[in-house]
Design a protein around this ligand. Structure first.
Ligand code: SAH
Length: 375
């Protein structure tokens, strides 16, 4: 019998699966609730662990279903504590990154294997889109990180993963339904229980889907803006040829639930001599006037043969200063995990290109023994 995965099903989908497997209708709600709790609060990896459920029911579940996570191909740990997992589902590989900070732990989650967008400064963009990730594979990234960080049960007080950003490989708004289903599961208060304010979806600007993301997912929004003029943005974010800056900003202005407490993040990668002049800093603040926003300046992370260089540090500081004086928070994103190619825009391609032998060597160098993850 083929077993289907319960991870990634919506609450209704879970009930339907149980019904199809012969669970009596009048037990459905209770059974679904119990399973949901075991899966998403306790992170149960198999049915045998669900100690308060009748043995017979557990055996029955195990015969029909799995709780499969993607397979971990390798785990690398940066000198700064950032962790990157290379995961495999089916024949495809994708990456997830955990970024620990003093006050939070952020998990950077992928939505697709590869990407269609071809942003010129992004390593992932040099790969063709392989496929969309399923809800199980998206939620599975959170589950795996919690497994490896010993971060179960998922109670809000002590968790290591406090924030999720859809900033891994892929364009989340080109995989809307799956991303939505996954993020609704991540937000469910009886399960993973991540606050939707601590979930950020980043888009290069798929304008027609932005309002739906706000209305149907309700998470925080980040926009990969990176340029203030269409001619430059057309060049570095080719999606701009389809959806211009003015349209993109209009979608931002009307994003549901915006307020000073719930701002849009504009990401701006600092490319030396391309988009980093002080005149552009001034244009930037003029452009977004009226939108509750913060500007996240991202020092460009290089990758092999990348066609750009990172702006000089003094230039980034001057740029930040102008934005800041105009009343916008302008944190400069500290590059994290560069030594393991885990920083923004560095994901995946390395793993794809790496030969199996090299990958085995890297894995050997970097994988911590299971007991060591909290060290
Ligand atoms: N497709 C979505 C999700 C990816 S988020 C989006 O574009 O928003 C990844 C972030 O890292 C984006 O803001 C992206 O523009 C940025 N990025 C890509 N390559 C980078 C690089 N080499 N250095 C720094 N940031 C980069």
């Amino acid at each position: 019998m083929t077993t289907s995965n319960l991870i990634g099903l919506s609450p209704d989908g879970l009930k339907q699966a149980l019904l199809d497997a012969g669970t009596p209708a009048k037990q459905l709600s209770m059974r679904a609730r119990q399973l949901w709790n075991w899966i998403y609060v306790h992170g149960a990896g198999d049915f045998a662990a669900m100690s308060n459920l009748a043995k017979e029911f557990r055996a029955d579940m195990a015969a029909h279903f799995s709780l499969a996570r993607p397979e971990i191909v390798s785990e690398q740990i940066s000198e700064d504590g950032t962790r990157k997992w290379l995961l495999r589902a089916g024949n495809e590989e994708f990456e997830t990154v955990f970024i620990p900070d003093a006050d939070r732990g952020t998990l950077c989650v992928s939505s697709q294997v590869g990407c269609t967008l071809n942003c010129r400064f992004c390593h992932t963009g040099t790969q063709a889109l392989v496929r969309n990730l399923t809800p199980a594979e998206i939620v599975g990234q959170i589950m795996i990180a919690r497994d490896r960080l010993l971060d179960w049960p998922s109670t809000a007080e002590s968790r290591r993963i406090t924030n999720v950003v859809m900033m891994g490989m892929g364009e989340p708004l080109y995989n809307f339904e799956n991303v939505k289903q996954a993020l609704l599961i991540a937000q469910d208060g009886d399960g993973l229980a991540l606050s939707r304010r601590r979930i950020t979806l980043s888009t290069a600007g798929v304008v027609p889907m932005i309002a739906r993301a706000g209305a149907e997912i309700g998470c925080a929004l980040a926009i990969s803006l990176h340029a203030v003029r269409d001619d430059i943005r057309d060049e570095i974010v080719p999606l701009n040829r389809k959806y211009k800056i003015a349209e993109l900003l209009e979608a931002c202005r009307t994003y549901p639930g915006l307020s000073n407490a719930r701002r849009i993040t504009f990401e701006y990668v600092m490319l030396k001599g391309v988009n980093d002049s002080l005149a552009e800093a001034r244009e930037l603040v003029a452009l977004i006037r009226g939108i509750p926003a913060k500007i996240n300046l991202i020092p460009f992370n290089p990758w092999p043969n990348s066609p750009y260089a990172c702006s000089d540090w003094e230039q980034i500081e001057r740029f930040a200063e102008i934005v800041n004086r105009a009343g916008y928070a302008s944190p400069v994103r500290t590059p994290r995990g560069r030594d393991i190619m885990a920083a923004c825009g560095q994901l995946k391609s390395e793993s794809l290109k790496m030969k199996a032998r090299e990958r085995a060597r890297q894995a050997e160098l970097a994988v911590a023994p299971f007991g060591d993850v909290n060290a």
